[in-house]
Design a protein around this ligand. Structure first.
Ligand code: RB5
Length: 144
């Protein structure tokens, strides 16, 4: 919900999309915790996944957005943490299902795979969609 703190981080493959989504989050009324990277110099995505998962763990952010070139490395890195459910999404439906069925708390996208408008649509869907609970609660609980 607007007012909620959302952390965002990217590697060099996602830095352009991060800037776009940071602006979108601000326009939607979210508090944004931007954890970098900020330039096109090559960096290692696990370092930024660690920063973001740490921010969720210690309560500085409630949810997060991670972007690398494909989204794959960031997903793998973020999901090493028990409290993180990071979902790599490509469209509105996968973003919605990530919330409805998986209670994802981190949205992951591939900056080299997804266009800005589709990415913004995914972000809005991720933010606005509630977890359905019920049978999904049991399945999510089995993962943690
Ligand atoms: C960086 O070139 C690239 O490997 C990274 O952004 C990501 O796609 C890794 O999964």
């Amino acid at each position: 919900m607007p007012g909620e703190s959302i952390a965002i981080a990217a590697d060099h493959g996602g830095v352009e999309l991060k800037a776009i989504l940071t602006g979108e989050l601000g326009e939607l009324g979210y508090e944004v915790l931007d954890l970098g990277t900020d330039g096109i110099d090559s960096v290692d995505y696990p370092d930024f996944a660690e920063l973001l998962t740490g921010a969720i763990r210690d309560g500085r952010a409630q949810r997060g957005v991670l972007i690398c070139g494909s989204g794959i490395g960031m997903s793998i890195a973020a999901n090493r943490h028990r409290e993180i459910r990071a979902a790599l999404v490509h469209d509105n439906l996968s973003a919605r299902l990530a919330r409805q069925h998986n209670n994802a708390n981190v949205l992951v996208m591939g900056g080299r795979f997804i266009g800005a408008e589709v990415a913004k649509d995914c972000l809005r869907a991720f933010l606005a969609t509630e977890f359905e609970g019920g049978r999904h609660d049991r399945r999510v609980a089995k993962m943690s």
